[in-house]
Design a protein around this ligand. Structure first.
Ligand code: UDP
Ligand code: MG
Length: 314
């Protein structure tokens, strides 16, 4: 098997058949074999039924892994990598925003240029609103500054890579998976190509601002311990400021006989320090929470049903 296309699907009933059709057309006459690995991420609509139909028809080799509930796209990608048998593996969305033709180009690049192990597509222009672009740019600036791994601001999960890269990714057992960070962390030579995302074929995006925000926090916590240092620096700074203020107060009393003034100063300081303490406690809590969840060693996903095309697997 030359290529596995890993396709996470959550409530994509209207898209999966059209997606398969687009893939078959794009790879028509390519001269190598490929399989589709669909992951039904606990969809609430008829996605699984649609996928079962594709599996029965087998117009091209189709595998389906169905989750017992919604575990998120990251878990879907993980399951896809586990079940993909291809020499090359490609991650692509089911909504046809990412064209399968581009995957064929990616495969060509990997074939022609053995020095590259990953071909990643980045969005040449973002379609997000101004405010979302502002937050996304800010996020990338922040994480690239705080973390040792460097993320490409516009690159998504849309990429094709060699088997060894997939194995490296699977060797990271983390429960909270932030794939952009994981890709940067495992390394390998990456070739970036631009692409323009199309409109979603049907359905709506599964990302809300709240989900994206949570995902961004997970990314930072997962790939940097810099926030923990904030407590150290704030503590040092306020202790130093307090020392200076102490000297000032003592001098004022000794030389000018001024008594300690400042009801306002005290209130502001109490609030500021209290706030900072709670904030730092919260930060530590985020890390402790992650340790707690990881220490339970729960699986990344639970498969409810697996349909394969290989005879010996069935
Ligand atoms: N997806 C998933 N599980 C989820 C959310 C999304 O498998 O919990 C899939 C979804 O079906 C799609 C891909 O991930 O194939 C990207 O999702 P979406 O199109 O909503 O994201 P966007 O393109 O807006 O970033
Ligand atoms: Mg999409």
């Amino acid at each position: 098997m030359k290529l596995s296309l890993v396709v996470p699907c959550y409530n994509e009933e209207e898209n999966v058949a059209a997606f398969q059709e687009a893939v078959i057309q794009a790879f028509d006459g390519c001269g190598y074999d490929y399989e589709l690995v669909f992951i039904d991420d606990g969809s609430k609509d008829r996605t699984l039924q649609e996928l079962r139909k594709l599996h029965t028809a087998q117009r091209c080799p189709v595998k389906v892994v169905s989750f017992s509930r919604n575990f998120g796209k990251e878990a879907g990608l993980y399951a896809g990598l586990e079940h993909a048998k291809g020499e090359y593996i490609s991650l692509i969305d089911a909504d046809l925003q990412q064209r399968p033709e581009l995957v064929r180009e990616m495969v060509q690049i990997l074939d022609d240029q053995p020095e590259y192990d990953i071909v990643a597509a980045y969005q040449d222009k973002r379609r997000d609103s101004k405010i979302l672009t502002f937050f996304k740019t800010g996020f990338y600036r922040l994480i690239n500054q705080m973390s040792t791994v460097k993320l490409h601001p516009d690159a998504s999960d849309f990429r094709t890579f060699r088997r060894k890269v997939a194995e490296s990714i699977l060797s990271l057992p983390e429960y909270h998976r932030f794939s952009k960070g994981i890709f940067a962390w495992v390394g390998y030579n990456t070739h970036y190509i631009p692409y323009t995302p199309c409109e979603r074929a049907a359905g709506t995006t599964k990302w809300s601002f709240r989900k994206l925000f949570r995902y961004a926090i997970d990314g930072i916590i997962g790939f940097s311990t810099a926030p923990l240092r904030l407590a150290t620096y704030t503590g040092l700074f306020s202790a130093f400021a307090a020392l200076i203020y102490l000297v000032v107060v003592v001098l004022q009393k000794l030389f000018w006989g001024i008594d300690v003034p400042g009801y306002a100063t005290i209130i502001v300081l109490i609030l500021f320090l209290g706030g900072m303490q709670l904030f730092c406690l919260g930060l530590i809590g985020e890390y402790v929470g992650k340790i707690f969840e990881q220490s339970k060693s729960r699986p990344v996903y639970i498969p409810k049903e697996v349909l394969t095309w290989e005879k010996d697997d069935e």
